[in-house]
Design a protein around this ligand. Sequence first.
Ligand code: HEM
Length: 444
Amino acid sequence: METKQNIPTVPLRRFFKHSLEILKNPLPFHHQNFEEQGDVFKLKIGFKNSVIFIRDASMAEYVLQKNQKNYTKSKIQTEDLVKYVGKGLLTSEGELWKKQRKLIQPAFHKKQLENLLESIKDAIQLEYNKIIPNSVIDIFPILNDLAFQTVVKSLFSSAANQTDINRLQYITEQAQQMLVKELRQPYLGWWFNVSGEIKKHVDLTNEAREILKRIVNERRISNIKEHDLLDMLLDAKYDDGTSMEEEQLVDEILILFTAGHETTSNALTFITQLLALYPEWQEKIYNERIALKNESDDLMDLVTKSKICQQVIEEAMRLYPPAYFIDRVNKEPDTFNNMDFEAGSNLLFSVYEIHRHSKLWEQPDEFLPERFSEGSRKFSSQYFPFGAGPRKCIGNNFAMFEMIIAVSELVSSYKIIPDFETIDITPLITLKPKNAFLKFEERM
Ligand code: HEM
């Protein structure tokens, strides 16, 4: 029998000592602890509370895939987020999750997504009209709107008017910001309640729910088939032949807004910044695009054959994974690598650290898209931008297709010039870019 290993523990005083720095950007603190303690360490964050940080890729595989039945998501997703987006795919567990995943999965199959590509491209082109050539602009707000518009147009085609869309985007972003506040300052929870801040945001969410119900009902009575995501969700049937109830449908739509919007806009911003720093990859994508266009104008061909563009996107998400942490809690005690994890342990997998682990990657901090020349499957045991196992992102193909169209459209119209020194990040719920100042020169 192998000897048991203790989980190295970082004491509470160290957490307090670094608390300001952690609030600003916790990643250097985590990195230092990983370097000193190893790939698994426990951080005390209160007298009773602790979190186990992990950058062991095989443990991530074990928890997310092999023994996933013993794990649930943390309270952040299954309780805190629920008050703003309800109980749907991202936020539910057990039988409800299983039933919803089975129902919704077909809407995200590659074949089905083909119907959405034209709308996605139109939404992207419309947003790119906001780019002012030759002047320095922060690209994040444009890509942020782009990602929201893409989800809305894929869901509703032209059924939602611009006023509704703007309001829905505003409310989604407000709710997300409120959640960030609650998570970062948990000691102010009582104040957020007393001051009515939480209620204000729940009311806003209720307003969004009413807008969505109106759009859904208009579609129901119109009898028009748009073949968009909403049609798919309305037509989908559970095993017993029934369809989704209205409230559940609204929850799922709010969840698609939340899950599909910020992650994609972050990724697109990092990709654009990296392209600005590595112009040779802009040229490679540009040449690939021209060659493909000479063969066919079909969007499905573009998204499945743009191999260089895909490599750039994969490498950007390795270095800057928008979902930079994945959390889980074990139901029953578990053992991995001779370490015991008592039931209810809070596990936090640092996707950011796994993606830059020097034992897993050659030149881990360098931008080398060619490492993905044979696709990302080769790295499936250490590369998790979309998670892994049964809870893997349902929108991963959607996001890849959207990003390939967005990047190849951008590069085919503009040369991207950086107006920043280094890529700055703000790690919140997702890994967000900061100061993405760029200049766009029109290609002749
Ligand atoms: C670059 C873009 C994206 C990234 C990096 C990303 C990442 C992820 C990750 C890591 C998870 C798993 C979380 C966990 O296991 O705890 C997830 C789940 C999910 N994502 Fe994405 N996502 C992206 C885009 C999208 C898009 C565009 C949509 C929808 C339109 C979407 C919808 C969802 C949903 C519904 C879930 C929950 C799935 C379930 O639990 O069954 N995501 N995403």
